[in-house]
Design a protein around this ligand. Sequence first.
Ligand code: SF4
Ligand code: SF4
Length: 392
Amino acid sequence: MNIGSKVALVSCDSYDYDKVKEAVDKAFDLLGGLNHLLNMPKESSLLLKPNLLAKVGREKACTTDPAVFAAVGEALQESGYKNLTYGDSPGNPMVPGEKVAEECGIKDAAHRLRIPVGQFDEGLQVDFPQGRVENKFILCREVTETDGIINICKMKTHQLERITGAVKNTFGCVYGLNKSAAHARYATAEVFGKMIADLNRLLKPKLHIMDGIVAMEGNGPQSGTPKAMNLVLVSKDPVALDGLFCHLVSLNPELVPTNVSAMEQSVGTYRDIQVVTEEGILTASEAGAKYGDKSFDVQRSSGYRGTLAPLKLLAPLLEKKPIVKKALCIGCGICVSSCPLKKKAIEISEGKAVYDYSRCIKCYCCQEMCPEEAITVKKSLIARIADRNWML
Ligand code: SF4
Ligand code: SF4
């Protein structure tokens, strides 16, 4: 069976463990089974890499749900893969991944399955001379020592890249503060996407599982709204997986820089995706129509990238900027420390966060890391209308 750009799609309407395990097992079976998908010696070490962005409860839909994590871990063990570890480097380098795992329930799930946490408290430089924009990465030690990464990502919106799914989830393999440094170095969505594509070529995760049972829409990836999508997706191809995510939420996959760069660099493809379901094989559009939700709140409008000067003048009308909801801000300063600029574009003044937009590069790290959901991204009226109406 050629599993190139195939994505298995299975419906699952709750985080009840038995239902999730059945859905995950079915998804693996639809692609020929775990042994076929991994094709690795059973003694291989495998790192389970969930999304552990921030220390919040599972009900926020910010992190990979523990039921999905456990179902994948148990399925691997049942297939004979016993040499497992897990971990992630959260967005805030001051918070250890284990604490995030504890808050969302993944630590408990891992403990039940006797899967130890990996070494994420040390970074090692790994050279990648063939990188297009980055020729070295500082990776967490565990990432450098494992035989294979099992990428267990979450279906969420993202202010810089529109969505975060399988391709972007690898960013948590980068050690601690180096993630913030990367945001400063690769300040636009496009160049950041190229760096993420380089990282995917270096890491080459063995398999990608997306928790889309309850996704996050709107002000993601930390402060958005949980949205039931009732889906588990599995693929060998992270770009096909993210491409299908786009179709399921009526977003043009070509508007997602991580998709475009990863496809350019042959990480995978978002074209001609075959969606393998229990009822048969569907195209991505057919799967979108049957299983998707057009009301999913995601940025669908495209900024103007051409060269005609009169049209360029319209570009600012589609721009979006981070703003602080003063009533929610507690002045903790996490946004300031997550700003990657040497001369920060946000500061605390009279107990509240305040922007200096003349410096801000719109990387949205502050919005991503605010624990109080006090930062949102303000869109112009035209951008809001476009997001609601510019469907595939
Ligand atoms: S905006 Fe958020 S992160 Fe920044 S100081 Fe206020 S509460 Fe803290
Ligand atoms: S203020 Fe926020 S959006 Fe602006 S550069 Fe700093 S982290 Fe990025």
